[in-house]
Ligand binder design. Structure first.
Ligand SMILES: [Zn+2]
Length: 378
């Protein structure tokens, strides 16, 4: 792709081979993976791809979160609205929720059922507690109770009168679905919801639905997902603000160990594009981070297929009829280094020409000069 990318295999740490090369094939090198956290290198793709993955992992992978709270009793100092909000933010175990639960909008039921909802109850009382020793109400006190239409537990499996789709949902229904993350784990500290004193009590029933973080952040499976690229700022995408010396005031990140330091005598390569993204994702515990990544990849494929279908419907062109080099662009085509870099130049030229064309003067910029048309109007 460019000189900068091809130099990278001589990374500082010898034991790690960074997947590289002038390829349009995405490569992933997992540096660290456990249930809740991962760091991996994504290479061979452009930034739009890396960012799509980041955003899909953050906002499109479904989880379960409390969405409706019915208050039967709340004499705690926390107002109902605030307590409901705090309950909504409690991460709930959501493994396989993509296949194990329907969105409630897709369900035939009226007010939530086993196939679209998990019901939780919080019932705590400090009525007989001593004065001066308030009690912490935590997420561990939430208990899952059966939702309406829960299939009867039977050694012979689900009842025969249910459909194929329901059977599928039952098969993927995780037995721990909806349990607050960390409940029963002595190493995890529970989330405090309120504190109640003698004579106070809380009794609520919560409905937890499947959702995605595009609608509300409480449904995000990740507490953090980010990527870094070009730790040496060779591409000069960042302007460092500094007092006296940028190098001293901006320490290098740990990811710099995986790249070759810049040569100060080398001319600036203005066609260079980023090639390796150092991605980190941290789960809230509701879905293992590996599963978040896998689901995000599936969702991206699905979303891209929808775009292709929509384009086909709009243009009336079938994919099979498209000749070489026209119509729908294959992933990677037109996104590689040279063309991407060139795109910036054309943009600059485009603006100049726009001014020139509109005012009848001013002169066209490079790239589009002489065409007499703005790239926006061609
Ligand atoms: Zn339902």
């Amino acid at each position: 792709m460019n000189g900068y990318a091809e130099e990278q295999p001589q990374a500082a740490q010898e034991q790690i081979q960074i997947p590289q090369g002038p390829t349009n094939q995405p490569n992933i090198l997992v540096r660290n993976l456990n249930r809740d956290e991962t760091t991996f290198h994504l290479s061979g793709v452009d930034m739009a791809y890396a960012n799509s993955l980041r955003r899909t992992m953050m906002a499109d992978v479904p989880t379960l979160a409390i969405d409706q709270v019915s208050f039967y009793q709340n004499t705690s100092p926390i107002p109902d609205e605030m307590l409901a909000h705090r309950l909504g933010m409690v991460p709930l175990i959501s493994r396989d929720v993509g296949k194990g639960l329907r969105y409630t909008r897709d369900c035939d039921c009226d007010e939530g059922c086993y196939y679209c909802m998990v019901t939780l109850r919080l019932k705590v009382s400090a009525v007989n507690r001593e004065y001066g020793s308030p009690m912490a109400v935590t997420s561990d006190m939430l208990e899952v109770i059966p939702s309406p239409n829960t299939p009867q537990q039977s050694p012979y499996g689900p009842p025969p009168d249910i459909g194929e789709e329901e059977r599928e949902l039952i098969a993927h229904h995780d037995p721990e679905l909806g349990v607050p993350v960390g409940k029963g784990d002595p190493t995890a500290s529970p989330i405090q919801l309120a504190r109640i004193s003698r004579g106070q009590e809380i009794e609520v029933v919560c409905k937890a639905y499947k959702g995605i973080a595009k609608h509300h952040a409480k449904w995000s499976p990740l507490s953090a997902v980010a990527y870094e690229y070009d730790p040496y700022n060779k591409l000069r995408h960042t302007d460092y603000w500094f007092e006296t010396d940028a190098a001293a005031e901006w320490p290098l990140s740990a990811n710099a160990n995986f790249e070759t330091p810049p040569n100060p005598n080398e001319p600036f390569d203005f066609n260079a594009v980023p090639s390796t993204y150092y991605m980190t994702a941290e789960s809230v515990g509701s879905v293992p981070v590996r599963s978040v990544f896998e689901q995000a990849c599936d969702i991206m494929v699905e979303n891209l297929a929808q775009v292709i279908l929509a384009v086909q419907q709009e243009t009336g062109v079938d994919e099979d009829e498209i000749g070489e080099g026209e119509g729908i662009v294959e992933p990677g085509m037109g996104m590689n280094g040279g063309e991407y870099g060139g795109g910036y130049d054309q943009n600059g030229g485009g603006y100049d020409q726009w001014n020139g064309g509109g005012g009848g003067g001013g002169g066209g910029g490079p790239g589009w000069a002489g065409t007499g048309m703005s790239p926006l109007r061609r």
